[in-house]
Ligand binder design. Structure first.
Ligand SMILES: Nc1ncnc2c1ncn2[C@@H]1O[C@H](COP(=O)(O)OP(=O)(O)OP(=O)(O)O)[C@@H](O)[C@H]1O
Ligand SMILES: [Mg+2]
Length: 263
């Protein structure tokens, strides 16, 4: 088997007396699509934040492509090939869709120092070409000249994730890509995102509260509970386990579909 793209060992995070994540050990092979589930406060975002360098782990190690990235600053980690989206879209509302995408492409190409960021042109030939490609790939080219502030929520999400893909990451972490999106729109949005990521051969971990989306799009599902991974298997193994369902969503809800709701 190929070496994993991501490996974490005994990973944990405490905030004072509060343990947000603990004893997380797992590996992810390249190009796998991994769904991350768990109730509110289970430690999903903390896990992502440690991988991306937004939080320094209290203990444990993280290896990306066999390099130890534990505790490195997020800018370094991004430069090495890990990108992410946040629970709330990180876009520039007063710029158009095209300008947002150009800015993301330009920043990724800038030399990794302050002067590089200050003097990198937002519209170099390369960044414009990359922006055009990503607008097509994420199927938002028709919104090219729309101000980001005026975008429908689903398109805003596509722009946000497209911007995270500028710079060609090998690993992408999506924190609730469908939050705030209507049930009717969620599947279409995920189809576009997943096919774009497959096209770019990107490994993806996505946090999701809608079990139907997880069942449909994940090859593997990690279930978080009380800061740790309590199940790690195929969607049917993880979602079909009644004990897991009860721990994650409470005994009230039946069936995998719609089991966990974001409250
Ligand atoms: N900066 C922080 N300081 C103190 N406690 C924190 C901090 N960040 C997270 N926590 C706590 O750590 C636990 C895990 O939080 P985390 O945000 O990782 O959960 P989550 O699984 O992403 O939940 P949600 O589904 O609501 O997004 C929670 O109890 C949270 O209150
Ligand atoms: Mg979270």
């Amino acid at each position: 088997m190929n070496a994993p793209i991501l490996s974490v060992r005994d990973l944990g995070k405490r905030f004072g007396a509060m343990t947000a994540a603990r004893d997380i050990t797992l590996s992810v092979p390249a190009q796998q699509t991994v769904g991350v589930i768990g109730s509110n406060g289970a430690g999903k975002t903390t896990f992502i934040n440690m991988i991306t360098g937004h939080l320094r782990p209290t203990n444990g190690t993280i290896h990306f492509e066999q390099r130890d990235i534990t505790g490195l600053p997020s800018r370094r980690i991004t430069g090495m090939g890990i990108s992410r989206s946040f629970q709330v879209a990180q876009i520039f509302p007063s710029l158009t869709v095209f300008e947002n995408m150009c800015a993301a492409a330009a920043v990724c190409r800038a030399p990794k120092n302050l002067l590089g960021h200050l003097y990198t042109p937002l519209r170099s030939k390369e960044s414009v070409a990359e922006a055009e490609t990503l607008l097509e790939l994420f199927e938002i080219a028709r919104y090219r000249d729309t101000l980001a502030a005026n975008l429908p929520q689903g398109i805003r999400k596509l722009l946000d994730i497209g911007m995270a893909v500028a710079g060609s990451p090998r690993l992408l972490l999506l924190d609730e890509p469908t939050s705030g999106i209507s049930i009717e729109e969620k599947f279409g949005l995920m189809q576009v995102v997943m096919s774009a990521l497959r096209n770019r051969k990107i490994t993806v971990l996505f946090v999701e509260h809608d079990m139907e989306i997880v069942e449909r799009f994940a090859e593997r599902v990690l279930a978080f509970y009380d800061g740790t991974v309590i199940a790690d298997g195929t969607p049917s193994e993880t979602l079909g386990d009644e004990r897991i369902q009860t721990l994650i969503s409470g005994p009230r809800l039946k069936g995998a579909a719609g089991a966990a709701r974001h409250v």
